[in-house]
Design a binder for this molecule. Structure first.
Ligand code: B12
Length: 212
């Protein structure tokens, strides 16, 4: 079992106090932030998802684990900063219509911000019209969409279509992600890029805009 077993178990149980203390002591012990995230927090959320699929836990428990993870992420956030850098580009990001999952989207936003991107976060349950309206207002370089449910993924092509109709599509790069989203899906719906995790989201965003 991983060195972050106690942390992962606390997140699965939704024990905020223990999880926060474990995250802090892992940081104090010099553990890598990426390892704490991958082996502790994200591994725990995968376990939570498994338990939910098997009918062992229900939505309130998932919610409690999500809250626990968010509290731990607050401690990790300062470490995502790559240094004082001028803005690498503007990213408008949100979770698509009908979808309330925001942990992954927040993580992507945090890491991108840490890497020097300016983030405008539309939150969750964002309809295509809202992406369009905000894109017209803030003129981002990238529009990022997150979906965690197979039922909400179709809102991604709908948003791309809406950007196209509004004449905005040509001015922005579209990046998508979320557990059920794939590279193939990104190609199908003509998104410019897909990333499976927050780390690669940062490098793909840099690639898209040709910045280092
Ligand atoms: C926590 C959770 C919840 C919480 C969400 C709280 C919150 N504030 O986010 C609550 C309790 C609200 C919830 C509700 C529901 N959930 Co839920 N949930 C989860 C769970 C356990 C964890 C998700 C998570 O946070 N993962 C950790 C993060 C870090 O990972 P991530 O989101 O994948 O993000 C990473 C990448 O995908 C990527 N990424 C994400 N977004 C983006 C965006 C861009 C632009 C890019 C480039 C990359 C990128 O980078 C991220 C960081 O590395 C998952 C199980 C799972 N393993 O995914 C189920 C899961 C997603 N939920 C599920 C379901 C069914 C539901 C409900 C329908 C349950 C119900 N009957 O009510 C509702 C739907 C509510 C709604 N309308 O959205 C199913 C979805 C099945 C499917 N494929 O459609 C899952 C897979 C559980 C399961 N195994 O059945 N859920």
């Amino acid at each position: 079992m991983s060195e972050f077993q106690t942390l992962a178990e606390a997140v699965v149980k939704g024990d905020i106090k223990t999880a926060v203390a474990e995250t802090q002591s892992a940081l104090d012990a010099g553990s890598k932030v990426q390892s704490i995230l991958d082996k502790g927090l994200i591994a725990a959320m995968d376990e939570v998802g498994d338990r939910y699929s098997k009918g062992l836990i229900f939505v309130p428990q998932m919610l409690r684990s999500a809250k626990t993870m968010k509290e731990c992420m607050k401690l990790l956030q300062p470490f995502f900063r790559e240094g004082d850098i001028t803005s690498k580009g503007k990213v408008l990001i949100g979770t698509v219509k009908g979808d309330l999952h925001d942990i992954g989207k927040n993580l992507v936003a945090m890491m991108m911000e840490g890497a020097g991107f300016e983030i405008i976060d539309l939150g969750v349950d964002v309809p295509p019209e809202k992406f369009v309206q905000k894109a017209q207002e803030v003129e981002p370089d990238i529009v990022g969409m997150s979906a965690l449910l197979s039922t909400t993924m179709p809102s991604m092509p709908k948003t791309i279509e809406a950007l196209l109709k509004a004449g905005v599509r040509g001015k922005v790069k579209v990046m998508i992600g979320g557990a059920p989203v794939t590279e193939k899906y990104a190609q199908e719906i003509k998104a410019d890029s897909y990333a499976s995790d927050a780390g690669s989201a940062v490098s793909k965003a840099k690639e898209l805009l040709g910045v280092s």
